[in-house]
Design a binder for this molecule. Structure first.
Ligand SMILES: C[S@@+](CC[C@H](N)C(=O)[O-])C[C@H]1O[C@@H](n2cnc3c(N)ncnc32)[C@H](O)[C@@H]1O
Length: 218
């Protein structure tokens, strides 16, 4: 899924789904899935007016479902390119009876640019983005200055961008991009109430530490 604006892919293409995930995708996407070619109107999509959280790269969705369940007053848009993960998330949404989450299978940069209106987001979460640790792959990292600029236009004033990574060099990149960005001010370097994610646990198992950075749009 490459774009004319930014041809560098930030993810590996892995689409092999289990039978259960395929069944969930077929049955539940009509209920929870959005069509990126349709105009996005939050009140229509969620059937109410509530603060909107964008989660980029929801992975297998356990943390997404847990956070949405714990925070029913806010709506969540989970954007992911990993089809099996979306299938898993859909099952979790159904099992939890969650009504405040919708999913979109797309490159989040395109969703930010083409789908979401300016100032529409209360919070953007980027939890454990693909680390791309090799020098020749650094250009694939999601969190660039261009990405930070784009997110700033979609966040409302005082909206938050929360980034977490278990790669020290990516944490340093997040600091470099966000801590001195004129659109943001640093709020916290704590994890807050977010649950442990699947990739975070993998990082811990491998001996890495989590680094959080929360910035507020001025
Ligand atoms: C390392 S995983 C982390 C998943 C989850 N947040 C966690 O912590 O367990 C990163 C996820 O981001 C997704 N991803 C990478 N680039 C993306 C993009 N441009 N748009 C949407 N999702 C993306 C990948 O498909 C992958 O599932």
């Amino acid at each position: 899924m490459e774009t004319s604006h930014d041809p560098v892919r930030t993810f590996k293409v892995r689409r092999r789904v289990t039978t259960g995930q395929a069944e969930a995708l077929q049955r539940l996407l009509p209920e929870y899935g959005l069509d990126r070619t349709q105009p996005f109107e939050a009140a229509t999509v969620y059937g109410r007016t509530a603060p909107l959280v964008l989660e980029i790269g929801s992975g297998m969705g356990e943390a997404t479902a847990a956070m949405a369940s714990a925070d029913p007053a806010r709506d969540v848009l989970a954007v992911e390119v990993h089809t099996p993960g979306l299938g898993n998330l859909l099952r979790l949404l159904e099992d939890g009876g969650l009504t405040n989450v919708r999913v979109l299978e797309a490159d989040a940069r395109e969703v930010l640019r083409d789908v979401l209106p300016e100032g529409s987001l209360d919070e953007v979460r980027v939890f454990f983005p693909d680390p791309w640790p090799k020098a020749r792959h650094l250009k694939r990292r999601l969190l660039t200055a261009e990405f930070a600029d784009l997110v700033a236009t979609r966040l409302r004033r005082d909206g938050l961008l929360h980034v977490a990574t278990d790669w020290a060099s990516y944490a340093a990149q997040a600091e470099a991009v966000l801590a001195h960005h004129r659109a943001y001010e640093v709020v916290s370097r704590e994890r807050g109430a977010r649950p442990v994610t699947r990739f975070e646990q993998r990082g811990w198992d491998a001996g890495r530490q989590s680094h959080d950075l929360v910035v507020r749009r001025r």
